[in-house]
Design a protein around this ligand. Structure first.
Ligand code: RIB
Length: 314
């Protein structure tokens, strides 16, 4: 099988994860969680870690501060064998930090972050990475300046490199400069932010996918629908790929990023769209069944073993 070459542009955070919070606090109220951990995160770094864990030759372009967290996160990326040549260190900035509050019952989270160096990722940095070699796919998200997101899409189009955009975190953004990307992949809340549609029925899922398709003209709209699975729409046909619900969800941190990284690695290795989504669903399911974001991302061998015991061989 071909070893894919993937470029990820995006965020690197230190995550401070609170586990087992009873509910969200009101102003002036203080509630106790069960435990906490500091783990490497950021949507870009998580996507890159997932792609690398799936065997892709992975480069990450991003920006850290010149502090202890920055040093730690850089070493962590190197340990994943990710090419860090395009990660800058900005003396004027802190390394990004995300506070993740995870609900023990559902595994879902709310988060707050300080972007720090992630706000300094520039189109010039992307261009430098693009000049290095040819990539099979570019993965991006929205945790960086929007101009960098748009210019990445434009530069990728000039070079005919497919772009997978994970549309997180949820925000309403102008979509015209994303025109022609390969995939736009929002989760439920991101779909709501982009389309105004709550994806609570099959009809609304289809309506949201059609609206995104008309606005972005991607090859595919790929909606991540949590425990329901993923909905893939190509402007005519759709494919609902169910999630694996025979696992216990304990922490959904990085599940969407794992989905993107695993999808990209599988697709660029020659799998079909359907099989790549199935593979990505399996990788995300393993991720949510474990605590702690990036360390919960499975390897290629773990994903194929997970599929095999369920009678799936891809
Ligand atoms: O998608 C999960 C990630 O979002 C976390 O790792 C956190 O850093 C935030 O960026």
């Amino acid at each position: 099988m071909k070893k894919p070459r993937i470029l990820v542009i995006g965020s690197i955070f230190m995550d401070l994860i609170f586990h087992g919070i009873p509910r969200l606090a009101e102003y002036g109220e203080s509630l106790s969680g069960e435990s906490y951990s500091y783990v490497p995160g950021g949507k870009g770094a998580n996507q890159a870690a997932a792609a690398a864990r799936m065997g892709a030759d992975t480069t990450l372009a991003g920006c850290l501060g010149c502090d202890d967290n920055g040093e730690l996160l850089l070493n962590n990326l190197k340990a994943f064998h990710i090419n860090t040549n395009h990660i800058l260190k900005a003396p004027e900035s802190q390394t990004g930090l995300a506070l993740m509050l995870v609900d023990s019952a559902s595994g879902r989270y709310v988060s707050y972050n300080v972007m720090g160096g992630n706000n300094l990722i520039t189109p010039g940095q992307v261009e430098d990475a693009l000049n290095d070699c040819h990539y099979d796919m570019i993965l991006i998200q929205l945790e960086m300046p929007l101009e960098t997101v748009y210019r990445t899409c434009e530069m990728a189009a000039e070079r005919r490199i497919p772009v997978f955009l994970d549309a997180g975190p949820a925000m309403s953004i102008p979509l015209s400069r994303l025109s022609g990307i390969f995939i736009i992949s929002p989760n439920e809340s991101e779909t709501k932010a982009l389309t105004g549609i709550t994806v609570d029925s099959n009809e609304n899922i289809r309506r949201a996918a059609e609206m995104l398709y008309q606005r972005v003209h991607p090859s595919y709209v790929l909606l991540k629908l949590g425990e329901r699975g993923a909905f893939c729409y190509d402007g005519t046909d759709s494919d609902f790929v169910p999630a694996f619900n025979d696992i216990t969800a304990v922490d959904s941190t990085a599940a969407g990023d794992t989905f993107g990284g695993a999808f990209a690695a599988a697709y660029c290795s020659g799998s079909s769209i359907h099989d790549s989504v199935l593979f990505a669903n399996a990788a995300a399911a393993i991720c949510v069944s474990r605590r702690g974001g990036q360390p919960a991302i499975p390897s290629y061998e773990e994903v194929t073993a997970f599929l095999k015991v369920r009678g799936i061989d891809i």
